[in-house]
Design a protein around this ligand. Structure first.
Ligand code: AMP
Length: 445
């Protein structure tokens, strides 16, 4: 977490004593940037546009204020979110934050029987509905829920809701809510359609943006390796670190599928996460990671967007991020909220400029991480001793920036290469013991 945030305190925010106790019970020491910015504005009754991602603490940014504002029974707050998983998670988080307040959030989403949701909606103690638009409209059409006393509306992950084609449904819901309400909109990006929605349905919103933060508590390493040795280097790295929850980032969807298959061939269970998968499939993969059924996911940046990953212990940039911001996004998946985490970047002869951008983004030197392993040809590779010579930059179409703009992916070169465990054991790199379960590789043996 950023240093200025560490210095901030929940005591400085306009929250009730009850709310302070709730965050204390959750073990939170300091508000996140979006909480610091949004809570005072929301507490003053203003409309707010928060540019913040999942993982930024945005649920509590509106949840703490909602729980403080709701003082009587009856449905008065509505949160719209794009997926049922998010709906369930937001409702659960809100109820934890509202402990001790006359506030109860219920999740409303499709694909499940109506009974339980109807019972919860009929209960006057229910003060907040957290819903996907489809089931909500369904219940509205049957007059099983009324929004005429709703005073607070939150549009969560607005960009994703609109990406999924829910704009007409969101608008239909908003038109049913009386004027004079307070509206908060959270979104990771601000495409035109989100800006238009905000313009049309919000009153003089205060806009605030928090970029993803390079986690202060993460350790950042680089592994210098010639491109043909990337796969055995990764396998050696995984053997050494034995990460309980690891995200490996690659540039392309083909690259994700190929690398996951290569890892499986090497005896490491890996699941690819890429844009060819449906939202439901992607969320299942994240749930498996959260519940410990999977330990390693190979993802593209696009596929990882908007998903709520659990506490990730290791992020590996198998393909160097092309932009500093991308590095921050990837690294921000680990070491959240003061936890530990490690970020590794494989740097090849082709990656000089991008590696520098990664270093700038990390705001510190990427510590060289030495690895020893056998190449496919059986040669011993010692990344501490084998310098990686930068390849000549192609000038044909301009400079390195030009090459990046063309955005030509260089798929990882896959080769079936083996790690020599003895050499691995002799390795003296700065590995630190995490309290880890046995690796998948060991479990399979
Ligand atoms: P969100 O972006 O709302 O999905 O929150 C991401 C995660 O951060 C959730 O697991 C929250 O419980 C956690 N969280 C939110 N605010 C804080 C905070 N101020 N300190 C520590 N953890 C937090």
């Amino acid at each position: 977490m950023a240093r200025d945030v560490e210095d901030a305190s929940f005591d400085d925010l306009p929250l009730s004593e009850r709310a302070r106790e709730a965050v204390h019970r959750l073990g939170w020491r300091a508000p996140t940037p979006i909480q610091r910015l949004a809570i005072p504005q929301l507490a003053m009754g203003r409309d707010v546009i928060g540019r913040a991602e999942t993982g930024s603490g945005k649920t509590a940014a509106f949840g703490l204020v909602l729980a403080d504002q709701v003082k009587a029974p009856g449905l008065q707050a509505l949160v719209l979110a794009p997926t049922r998983e998010l709906v369930v998670q937001i409702a659960r988080d809100l109820n934890a934050l509202a402990e001790g307040a006359p506030f109860r959030a219920v999740p409303v989403y499709g694909g499940v029987p109506y009974d339980e949701q109807l019972k919860a909606l009929a209960d006057p103690q229910t003060t907040c509905v957290v819903a996907t638009t489809g089931r909500l409209l369904d219940l509205l059409a049957r007059k099983q829920v009324l929004l005429d006393r709703v005073r607070f509306v939150v549009l969560d992950e607005a960009d994703r809701m609109l990406d999924l084609g829910f704009l007409p449904e969101v608008e239909r819901v908003l038109k049913l809510i009386p004027g004079g309400r307070q509206t908060a909109l959270f979104t990771a990006t601000m495409p035109k359609k989100v800006a238009l929605l905000a313009h049309q349905y919000m009153a003089h919103p205060r806009e605030m943006e928090v970029g993803p933060q390079t986690p202060e508590t993460a350790e950042h390493y680089r592994v210098d390796v010639a491109s043909p040795h990337k796969l055995p280097a990764l396998v050696a790295l995984l053997q050494k670190e034995r990460p309980p929850r690891c995200l490996v980032f690659v540039r392309t969807r083909d690259g994700a599928a190929r690398l996951a298959a290569d890892l499986v061939r090497e005896g490491v269970l890996a699941t690819p996460l890429h844009g060819d998968l449906t939202q439901a499939q992607r969320e299942r993969i994240v749930a498996n990671l959260r519940e410990g059924r999977d330990a390693l996911v190979v993802a593209t940046d696009v596929a990882a967007r908007g998903l709520d990953f659990p506490a990730i212990t290791h992020v590996v940039n198998y393909d160097v991020p092309e932009e500093a911001e991308q590095y921050v996004h990837r690294a921000g998946r680990t070491a959240r909220a003061g936890r530990e985490g490690r970020v590794f970047t494989l740097v090849t002869e082709n990656d000089g400029a991008h590696a520098e951008a990664a270093q700038r983004a990390a705001k510190r030197k990427l510590e060289p991480y030495p690895l020893r392993f056998s190449s496919a040809q059986g040669d011993l590779v010692d990344t501490a001793k084998t310098p990686v010579t930068p390849a000549k930059v192609e000038r044909a179409g301009g400079n390195a920036r030009g090459a990046r703009r063309k955005n030509k992916p260089t798929p990882p070169k896959a080769a079936s290469q083996r790690v020599d465990p003895e050499e691995e054991a002799a390795d003296t790199s700065p590995s630190k013991e995490f309290d880890l379960p046995p690796s998948r590789r060991e479990r399979r043996q």
